[in-house]
Design a protein around this ligand. Sequence first.
Ligand code: WQD
Length: 328
Amino acid sequence: MNVLVIGGAGYIGSHVVYELADAGHKVTILDNFSTGLHENVDPRACLVEGDMQDHALVRSLLKKGDSCDKHQPFDAVFHFAALKAAGESMTHPEVFTEANLIATMHLLNLMSENDIRRFVFSSSAAVYGNPEYLPIDEAHPQKPINYYGYTKLAIEHTLEWYSKLKGLRFAALRYFNAAGYDVKGRVRGKEQNPANLLPIVMEVAAGNRDMMQVFGDDYPTRDGTCIRDYIHVSDLASAHLKAMDYLVNEDKDLVINLATGEGYTVLEVIREAEKVSGLSITRETTERRPGDPADLVATSTLALDTIGWKAQYSDIHTLVSSMWEVYK
Ligand code: WQD
């Protein structure tokens, strides 16, 4: 297959590009390198440096097809190029409107214009909002509590309409807490100024940050700290390939959680990192962070039933040790 991966130099996108190229697909990456890293680009992929908000560029790319050699039309588009800082989405919603909503809507129109009918979309656990029951399944009510989550949900709704009206076939993959690094060690670029737990823990262990904060230890959980469903990025990558195969073979849409059904507390993550690194992680316990639910875990049984996917690398040891390989 000839595929376009928008955001293919980013954290999740770069892992998916490696998997796609391993499986023999021809990959073109479009990335503006706002957060993507050149060192994460699979050398087998063809690279177009540019912004998906540059509609003329996207129009010509979709029209021309891959820019590597034969200019064959794209069979599918993967879209990872979005903003994801939930807190910032509440203070600067306009930026999220442009980058997440408008850019994606334009992309869908340009895909339609060029008769490209398969779309694999990075959705998020954030479409659900606060859990009304656990574990979260795909039928859980969708009430995002931040504008970031709303942008993902609004795109999912547009995808449903375009499926009905334009024959688009889409996979919306709702990631829970992505973490880890390529189990084959090929992606090694580190996120700058991370806000998520695992890279922060790694930076403290590696000495790039003096200490970290544990946001609250009085939650009703086994050790008082929040529980999250961490999913290894190599597991996410394999799910994307299976999702594309599903669109091709079944000619049906797919909306699935990508999670493990099992969660770890903040302290369990920190202790595992201390064990793996042999170093102590300096921390202080602070107030709860606003908007954090105590427990967020999800079922992925629908992913197993539809695309035969199950997490393989998302145990706490593999998650943490694959990251320490990069950060140490
Ligand atoms: C995990 C736990 C924190 C940092 C976010 C987005 C969500 C989705 C995944 C994309 C929480 C605690 C964290 C720190 C801490 N993104 N923590 N100290 O908030 O579960 O989910 O990423 O779709 O939309 O909101 O992830 O990594 O920020 O936090 O104690 O310095 O670690 O309170 O309990 P979160 P996270």
